[in-house]
Write a protein that binds this ligand. Structure first.
Ligand code: G
Ligand code: G
Ligand code: MN
Ligand code: NA
Length: 252
C-alpha cells in the first residue's frame, strides 16, 4: 500500500490520535486554552508527525476529510473537558490549502451545532499564507468573525508580511513563531523583534501568544515584556486527553 492509501484508511478507520497542548496565561500561569495537534500512530508504537502527513493529505485531497475529523475530534474533546469541569477553548490548525478547499466556517458551525457548543469553544489557527488569496480570505475571515469564532495567526513573523491584512481582517491573536523565542533571553535583536510584535498586537487590540517556551528565563522575559499567553515544553508538552485531564486536575 502507498502511504497515501494508508492515510486514507487511517482517517476512515479512526486510527488517528489527537494530542492537546496547554497554553497558559502569562500573569497567572493558569491554563487558558488548548491547541489540538494531530498524530498518526503506527503499529510499532511510533508516530508519523503532521509535518509529514499534512502535505501528503494536501497533495491527495485528503485534507478535507482530515480537517473534518480534526474538527469533530476537537468538538468531542471539548465535551469531555467540560464534563471534567474544564471549560477551555480548543484551537485547531488549518493549513493554507485546507482553508482554500474546505468551507471551514461552515464545517465549524455545523459541528458546533451538532455538539451543542458555544461559538468560542473551538478556535482556529491560520498561517499568513492562508491570507495571501484575499478574494477568499477576506469574506471567510469576516464570516468566522461574525460567527464569533476566534482566529489566531500562527507562526507569526515567518510568513508573507503584508501588514495590511492586520489592519483589515478580524484576527484575535498573534502567535509569535518559536524561532524568535528560542534565544530571546540572550539575543538583543530577537528581543527587539519580540518587543515590537508584542507592541503591534497590543496596539491593534489583539492577544499575543509566545510559542516554544522551554526555559524559565524565556518565561520571565515574556512576562516582563507583556506577552499575554505562553505555550511550550516549559509548561506542558502535547498530550492525549486522558493524560491532559489528569494534568489539569493536578494543576487545579
Ligand atoms: O505537533 P507538531 O509540532 O508535530 O506539528 C507540526 C506541524 O503540523 C505544525 O505546524 C502544526 O500546526 C501542524 N499540525 C498539527 N496538527 C494539525 C492538524 O490537525 N491540521 C493541520 N492542518 N496542521 C496540523
Ligand atoms: O506550527 P504550529 O505552531 O502549529 O506548531 C506547533 C508545534 O510546536 C507542535 O507540534 C508542538 O509539538 C511543537 N512545540 C510545542 N511546544 C514546543 C516547544 O517548547 N519547543 C519546540 N521545539 N516545539 C514545541
Ligand atoms: Mn499552531
Ligand atoms: Na508555530
Amino acid at each position: 500500500l502507498t502511504l497515501a492509501s494508508r492515510m486514507r484508511q487511517a482517517i476512515e478507520g479512526g486510527e488517528l490520535d489527537m494530542h492537546f497542548q496547554p497554553i497558559v496565561d502569562a500573569r497567572t500561569g493558569a491554563v487558558c486554552k488548548l491547541e489540538a495537534l494531530a498524530r498518526w500512530p503506527q503499529a510499532d508504537g511510533s508516530f508519523i508527525p503532521p509535518d509529514v502527513f499534512i502535505p501528503l493529505c494536501e497533495e491527495t485531497g485528503l485534507i478535507v476529510p482530515l480537517g473534518q475529523w480534526v474538527i469533530e475530534t476537537a468538538a468531542r474533546a471539548r465535551v469531555a473537558l467540560v464534563s471534567h469541569g474544564f471549560e477551555l477553548p480548543i484551537a485547531i490548525n488549518i493549513s493554507a490549502l485546507q482553508f482554500q478547499r474546505a468551507d471551514v466556517a461552515a464545517q465549524l458551525q455545523a459541528t458546533a451545532r451538532a455538539y451543542g457548543l458555544a461559538p468560542d469553544a473551538l478556535q482556529v489557527e491560520l498561517t499568513e499564507s492562508s491570507l495571501m488569496d484575499r478574494q477568499h480570505a477576506v469574506p471567510t475571515l469576516k464570516k468566522l468573525g461574525i460567527e464569533g469564532i476566534h482566529v489566531s495567526l500562527d507562526d507569526f513573523g515567518t510568513g508573507f508580511s503584508n501588514m495590511a491584512y492586520l489592519r483589515d481582517l478580524p484576527i484575535d491573536a498573534l502567535k509569535i513563531d518559536r524561532s524568535f523565542i528560542v534565544d530571546i533571553d540572550a539575543d538583543e535583536r530577537a528581543a527587539s523583534i519580540c518587543r515590537s510584535m508584542i507592541a503591534l498586537a497590543r496596539t491593534l487590540g489583539m492577544t499575543v501568544v509566545a510559542e516554544g517556551v522551554e526555559r524559565e528565563r524565556q518565561y520571565a522575559w515574556l512576562r516582563e515584556n507583556g506577552c499575554d499567553q505562553l505555550q511550550g515544553y516549559y509548561f506542558a508538552v502535547p498530550m492525549p486527553m486522558a493524560v491532559l485531564a489528569a494534568h489539569l486536575r493536578d494543576r487545579a
